[in-house]
Design a protein around this ligand. Structure first.
Ligand code: 13P
Length: 260
């Protein structure tokens, strides 16, 4: 199984989101070997996008959520509210949330627990910053990622049917046009995969997937997806360009078909 997620960030309004998701459905129409596809529009566009993907294989994701169920939190939205409008997935701990809006591991942990409690599939984003990107920085990068995972999973006990997506997004690769080398992404994925059972005892391998994100586009998607270690991709900029995103989807279908 390969998972392709489009994080549209604050880039497209409702009208454009509707056009974009129509294009995504068209790209998938009639295809048999489908990846799991999730689109994450802005909160404003969730309702309209939901109408279009109803009865399709495309899932609806939100880009953020608050960690409380309800209360005096002006401007915030709870997991339950997202679930009510048909959201099934939610991005948590994206580096833009961490770096621009002060999101801490503790907040990510609370969000994760809440999201799972209402049946959402969390897409937990982790990744090292620029400072770990130097010769010999691998260990430092692993330390950062391990710390984020440890913080996010604190006190969490996954129930049998629950699932978590982990997106490895090195911060230096986000929006820069400089993607990680597939081999480097693979080695971080191997590291994450080895760590998760220690942090979430009892978790089965089928309960979590590890995706790569950071300057993925139509030209490099296949090189990541053909790696067994890469369960999918979290795509930013290229997900709001229909022709690019279509190529990413096609790469996933090609890989799935080659293995069938
Ligand atoms: P880009 O694909 O634009 O680098 O963004 C990646 C990302 O942040 C997805 O969540």
């Amino acid at each position: 199984m390969k998972t392709i997620i489009g994080n549209w960030k604050m880039n497209v309004g409702t009208r454009e989101s509707v056009a974009l998701v129509r294009g995504v459905l068209l790209a998938l129409r009639g295809k048999k070997m489908l990846p799991e596809v999730v689109v994450c529009p802005s909160f404003m566009a969730l309702g309209e996008v939901r109408k279009i993907i109803a009865h399709s294989h495309v899932f609806l994701g939100a880009q953020n959520v608050h960690f409380e169920d309800h209360g005096a939190f002006t401007g915030e939205i709870s997991s339950r509210m997202l679930s009510e409008v048909g959201v099934t997935h939610v991005l948590l701990g994206h580096s833009e949330r961490r770096n621009l809006f002060g999101e801490t591991d503790e907040m990510v942990n609370k969000k994760l627990i809440h999201a799972l409690a209402v049946g959402l599939v969390p897409i937990l984003c982790v990744g090292e910053g620029q400072e770990a990107r130097r010769p010999g920085g691998t260990e430092e990068a692993q330390k950062v990622v391990a710390g984020q995972l440890r913080g996010a999973f604190k006190g969490l006990h996954l129930r049998h049917k629950e699932r978590i997506l982990i997106a490895y997004e090195p911060v230096w690769a986000i929006g820069t046009g400089v993607a990680a080398k597939p081999a480097d992404a693979v080695s971080m994925h191997v590291f994450i995969r080895s760590l998760v059972p220690d942090l979430l005892p009892g978790i089965k391998s089928s309960q979590f997937s590890i995706l790569y994100g950071g300057s993925v586009d139509g030209a490099n998607a296949y090189d990541f997806l053909r790696e067994d270690e890469v369960d999918g991709l979290l795509v930013g900029g290229a997900s709001v360009k229909l022709s690019e995103f279509t190529k990413v989807l096609q790469s996933a279908m090609d890989v799935i078909e080659a293995r069938a």
